[in-house]
Design a protein. Sequence first.
Length: 258
Amino acid sequence: MRLVTSFAAIAVGTLGLSVAGAQDSGAYMIPADTPANIRSAVESSARSDEQRARDAGRKPAEIMTLAGIGEGDNIIELASFGHYYTTMLVEAVGPDGHVDMVDMPWIEPFGGDPARAFDAAHDNATFHQVHYNEANLPSGVDAVLCVLFYHDLHRDNESDTVDTADMNARIFAALRPGGIYLIVDHKAEDGSGWRDGTTLHRIGVETIREEVAAAGFELVEDSDLLANPDDDHTVVVRDPAIRGNTDRAVLVFRKPEA
């Protein structure tokens, strides 16, 4: 893991997310130093076997620990569809916390009804379907998670494309001072920017860093937690040879305290 500074979904259509049963395989061991609320969330009986099958390739306890998810926290999850993380987040924050699930309108055909059902079943979760450039996000939020979706913010359809500068500014405003913005995504070739977003479902990591920093965030951790040196970044993430085991960036940004 490379420290910059000390800091302790179901795939549908053209999306580049792993599906249940994809090649995230092997036994997953929750680290011994995992906070109790996060351990309990990963071990929750509410999680399906299909969700658990992806844990070895996603390391959810470590990701939520990097995001600093605590009991009573208010969390925004971008692209919650599939609810791999949502199911754990509602457990991790507990009844005194809250998870706002925010999905783009184009996700409605496959994600709308399941998200509304999840909302109805959980008092500490609220589903919002809104274009990210029109979202009125809650304030004083402790953390925002964007997992395997940043590359999908630029779409072939202009109406579905997100102005990421505006979105990141909205997220900055929503977070409390010291709040965390955690992004996980499939790496593209260095320097490629948005080039492979709609084709290989990858993005140049430097582009994420630059865009988020421009909104006022500081990068506090650039982790190799989900690194895979055998991924040469030239294959579509749904390719059976790499699916579920892509080389992924794990970037932890923080809103400055002052």
